[in-house]
Each structure stands twice: as C-alpha cells, then as structure tokens.
Design a protein. Structure first.
Length: 445
C-alpha cells in the first residue's frame, strides 16, 4: 500500500524504488558559474527531475528518467553552507578512504581523487541513444555553466544475465521496505521512513528544514575481476561426495555471496541451486538465519550459510537480534557497467577490460548506512563472531590478503586466504539527492 504520509511527488524517483532501466549514465560535473547554473537548474533541469510518483506508474514514466545529486563541494559552490550533519558526506569520499579498506588511490579513477566533482546527473532509459539525446539537450541548455568531469555508462547484462551482476548472481532481490510505503515481502526488512529519507520519522539528526525528503547517495565504481573469480572457484571446489567438482565450485561461489546465481538463498538451499526458489519473491527472502526448531540464531552453525557470506555480513538478520531495529539498512540501486567477459579474457583467466558494478545506495546517514556496512561489518574480521574473517566479495584490507572462514561446510573453521580482491574499488563520491522543493526553493535561488 502506498503511503499518504510521504510526499512522493517531491522525492526523487531513484531513492525508494530505483529508475529500473536497462541503461543508466552517471554524469559527474563541476559548476563553473553558480549564478547561471542556479537559473538553469530551476528553468531547465527541475522540470526534468523524475519523481517517485512518476516512476510508480508505467504510463507516467518518461522516456529518459533524470535525477540529480550534489556533493558537499557542490553545495558550497551554490553558496549553501547549512550543515547537513553527515560527516562522511561533508568530508567527501576521498577523505573517508581510510574507513573503506581501499589500498590508497592507486586503483581510483583519477577524477574521483579530489573534491572537484560538484554533482552527478543520473540518466536512465531503455537505450543509450535516448540517454545521449537527453544529455546533449541538457548540455546545450547548461552551456558553459558546468563542465563534464567524468561519466560512467551502466548497462544491464544481456539475455538471461539481465538483472545479474558480472559474477553471475541475481542482484536487487533484498532491499528494505519503507514503512507505510511498501508492503514487505516475507523476510524483507521494514525500516522507518527516516532511515532512508532525511527529516522523516526515525532520522535523529538535526538538519536544515530544506533537506527533508532528500537522501544521501553513495556512488562507488567497483571493478570486478570476473575471470579471476571464476578461476578461483574452479581451483577450490568444495569436496562433498554427492557433488561433482563443478557443483563444488558453484557451491563455493554461492557460499561467498550467500545466494546461488538464481538468487536462491543458500540458507534455504544449502547444497544445490533452486531456480524456482530464486525467482519467487514470496520465498527468496524469507529466512532469518535461525535454524529450524530454534528460536535464536545459532552462534556457531555455518552448515547452511557462512557468517562471512556477503549478504549475511551486510544484513545479519537474526545474528544481531530480531526484530531488525538496527539502523544499518540501505536501499541499493546500482547497475553493472562494462562489457561481457571476452573469450580471450576467459581463456587467459585475466581481466583486461574494466567491468563491474556502478554501485549506488541511499540512506539518511552515510555513517550508519554504507560506511558502517563496509567498515564495521564487511571489513571487520570479528563480525559477526570472532574469527569470521572478511566478506569475500566486498571486504577490503588495504590491498593485503584477506582470510575468510566458514566457506567450507565440511570444515567451517577452515580459513581460506584470498590471494586477491575480486572487487577492486575505483573510488567514488558521496552526494545528497535533494527533494524537488529543495531544488526549487533553496538550491536554485
Ligand atoms: C546483496 C553482489 C557491493 C551491500 C547482494 C547480492 C549480490 C550482491 C549478488 C544478493 C542479491 C540481493 O540480495 O539483492 C554485490 C557485488 C558487489 C556488491 C558483486 C560489488 C561489486 C556491495 C556493497 C555493499 C553491498 C559495496 C555495501 C557496503 C549489500 C546488501 C545486500 C546485498 C545490504 C542485501 C543483503 C540482504 O538484505 O540480505 N550483493 N554487492 N553490496 N549487498 Fe552487495
């Protein structure tokens, strides 16, 4: 049931439900002339900003959806000096690098190294042509008052891989439902509006009034080295008599994520994939990590799902207590970027072309959301119990090797040392995605 309480025509569309198109461009810009930019933001960009209401109904979805968000230096460039009370946002992502586990900026896209990026325009459509047409039209309107600093074209993977990230796993299954706005599927987290939207119920920070119904947007360009990941799985199959070596490799990959490629959770399908389960939204999120017949999560059992599994690290469900009243939920809205693995890359087990995830997530607090999940859960070897090790997908150790336990169900205390990071951070930026009224009445005046 859709809430009457949220002003959905004022909330940018990507935040709560995502623009959900097969192509999405991230256009990072700097503001050259604030006065002119403000005028054009109001007259030309604001009418194009796609609202949540517009996205909810197919008939009102534009050919190319547009959202816009600003960095701290972008707000300063617009002479907005109010304190949004979000420390990671205020400092920018580069200054936060020590909390994220990145090995310095060696692998960062050079344009992310610094604080020059003032904002990002998100353009989503069915085709790249539509996006380019819209971008050209925006650029001609904005003229010299902005400069392009960097762009990243995202695209859903082709054919049956649509909706799957580059390692091959179905993505976008488990996002929290916002209280009073979405009816939760079984097992979906339900969060107060203020956990995602600034100034709403449950947001305990003091904010300027105009920031209400905005959300902090974290962008990260996460490169995935896919042939190397596949080779690692092939070289390290889990040995279970009932499984072929290929199935043992599949099982290792599934236990690293916590789901099979179809999306079926390993907690419910511990040995082989179950595509019917994976495709069923009424069942594929309906688990808590509490074993059948028990009432609380067992602190030692990893037979069904490792504590280190990516989805268990980033949403521990009953491991940290039910109901899930913790405030560490994010709404993810990313999209893959880069081409499919080529035959040459597969044959040499070596990535030569940049591909990965254009990671986007929304929260009312960057510190309680993205930063917390990355720093205090994924990168924390003692979470959720001592000796668990890193999240094998996104856990990062400043470039040093990562030890992961629990992956082998026949010997959960066995530690597997990952020689390399299969996900390599190429950096990003922290943004604030304001409400339409904030754009109209504050940012553009
Ligand atoms: C879930 C892959 C980065 C947080 C998932 C799922 C996959 C996946 C396949 C399962 C599908 C789903 O539940 O929707 C990846 C890959 C990444 C990446 C390949 C990097 C290239 C991140 C980052 C974070 C994150 C950086 C946050 C710091 C989450 C969360 C879930 C999730 C919160 C849902 C867990 C749940 O509700 O059970 N990811 N992810 N992911 N991921 Fe990631």
């Amino acid at each position: 049931a859709n809430a009457v309480s949220l002003n959905l025509t004022d909330i940018q569309g990507d935040i709560l439900i995502g623009m959900k198109k097969n192509k999405e461009l991230f256009f990072f810009f700097g503001i050259e002339n604030a006065t002119e930019f403000k005028a054009k933001l109001k007259s030309d960009i604001l009418p194009l900003v796609t609202t949540t209401t517009q996205l909810l109904n197919v008939s009102t979805q534009p050919t190319t959806a547009l959202n816009i968000a600003f960095s701290q230096t972008g707000l300063f460039a617009l002479n907005i000096t109010d304190n949004l009370n979000d420390a990671p946002f205020a400092g920018g992502q580069l200054a936060d690098i020590g909390n994220l586990g990145d090995p310095g900026t060696t692998n960062w896209v050079p344009q992310f190294v610094g604080t020059d990026i003032h904002g990002v325009i998100l353009l989503a459509s069915d085709t790249v042509d539509n996006i380019n047409t819209e971008l050209a039209s925006i650029q001609s309107k904005l003229g010299d008052c902005i400069t392009e600093i960097y762009s990243l074209q995202g695209a859903a993977r082709p054919g049956n891989e649509q909706g799957h990230e580059h390692f091959g796993f179905l993505d976008g299954i488990s996002n929290p439902a916002v209280q009073g706005f979405q009816t939760p599927f079984p097992g979906q987290a339900v969060v107060p509006t203020g956990e995602i939207l600034v100034g709403e119920d449950g947001d305990s920070f003091s904010r300027p009034a105009w920031a209400k119904d905005g959300s902090f947007l974290v962008f990260r360009q996460l490169k995935q080295i896919v042939p190397e990941f596949n080779k690692f799985l092939l070289d390290n199959p889990i040995h279970i008599p009932a499984l072929t070596p290929e199935q043992g490799s599949e099982l290792l990959g599934a236990r690293m994520i916590g789901r099979w490629k179809s999306g079926a959770p390993v907690f419910l399908a511990p040995l082989v994939d179950d595509p019917v389960l994976g495709a069923d939204p009424t069942r594929n999120n309906n688990f808590t990590y509490v074993l059948p017949g028990q009432t609380v999560a067992n602190t030692t059992d990893q037979s069904k799902c490792p504590f280190s599994a990516h989805i268990r690290k980033t949403r521990p469900r009953a491991d940290i207590g039910l109901p899930e009243t913790n405030n560490h939920h994010i709404v993810r809205g990313g999209i893959p970027y880069g081409p499919e693995v080529t035959a040459a890359e597969a044959a040499s087990n070596t990535t030569t072309i940049d591909r990965g995830l254009a990671f986007v997530c929304y929260q009312s607090s960057t510190a309680a959301g993205f930063q917390f999940l990355q720093n205090l859960w994924a990168d924390n070897t003692q979470f959720v119990h001592s000796g668990v090790g890193f999240d094998p997908i996104i856990g990062a150790n400043q470039g040093a090797q990562r030890a992961v336990s629990g992956l082998d169900p026949t010997n959960p205390s066995r530690t597997i040392t990952l020689a390399t990071d299969f996900v390599v951070s190429r950096g990003g930026e922290y943004f604030f995605s304001p409400s339409l009224s904030a754009i109209a009445n504050t940012l553009s005046v």
